[in-house]
Design a protein around this ligand. Structure first.
Ligand SMILES: [Zn+2]
Length: 233
């Protein structure tokens, strides 16, 4: 099957929720565009930001760092330091030549605790430094997972609202942002030729739901955003 976008190359992926067949190059372009659009639409980053990039040790970090740095290369005024919290994350940071702010490996927790703890740790480190933003690469499935977890426990451990990560339902200082929140996990993993096989039960359910009802993740994202933004108006 030919790629629906360039009509030249062989497609490697069928994006069910949009009906597009995509080749690797067009998939990458599409994800980069989604990243830039999130940054622009929700004013997530500025041209002179001093960024602390947090890598807790999630499987999506390598392609996330790659497309993020590609985007930031257009903004030479941006400074990026890295807080790497797993052995793999330290390797990724080193491979991309990122300045390591600190590289303490934290004990593996559940994915969700890890996200929350890594965020808190990043804020703690920011207190003595002048970081203006904390960036943590959380994808669409992470955002949905945090929301569902919050709904199950009747209290959100963290929310991703319009690309900002709230702890509990509080904004943080400096702000924690994730411009990746509208990118499905399986799509970013395809950039490094990996298939998404989540070990986390909640992520498995989200994946099954999406297979059964393509587009449901975006529907959930939009509904909980409306819910949250309506409540806090
Ligand atoms: Zn193409």
């Amino acid at each position: 099957m030919l790629c629906t976008v360039c009509k030249e190359r062989e497609a490697i992926f069928f994006r069910k929720y949009s009906g597009e067949y995509l080749c690797l190059q067009c998939l990458r372009k599409s994800l980069e565009k989604r990243l830039r659009q999130a940054v622009g639409k929700y004013s997530l980053l500025k041209e002179d930001d001093n960024i602390l990039l947090v890598l807790p040790g999630l499987e999506t970090e390598k392609p996330a760092v790659e497309i993020f740095l590609d985007m930031e290369r257009n903004f030479p005024g941006v400074l990026i330091s890295c807080l790497a919290l797993s052995k793999d994350s330290i390797e990724i940071a080193t491979e991309f030549g990122l300045h390591l702010e600190k590289n303490s490996v934290i004990t593996p927790l559940t994915r969700w605790d890890l996200i929350v703890e890594a965020s808190k740790y990043a804020i703690q480190i920011s207190e003595s430094r002048n970081f203006t933003k904390i960036v943590i690469p959380l994808f669409l499935d992470d955002a949905i997972g945090l929301f569902l977890l919050g709904a199950l426990k009747n209290y959100p451990p963290a929310w991703v609202i319009n690309g900002r990560v709230l702890l509990g339902d509080q904004t943080t200082e400096p702000p924690i942002v994730t411009p990746f929140f509208r990118i499905p996990t399986e799509e970013v993993l395809l950039l490094i030729g990996k298939e998404w096989r989540p070990s986390d039960k909640l992520l498995q359910s989200i994946r099954e739901l999406e297979i059964e009802f393509p587009g449901s993740r975006f529907n959930i994202l939009n509904s909980y955003h409306n819910l949250f933004l309506g409540k806090n108006r």
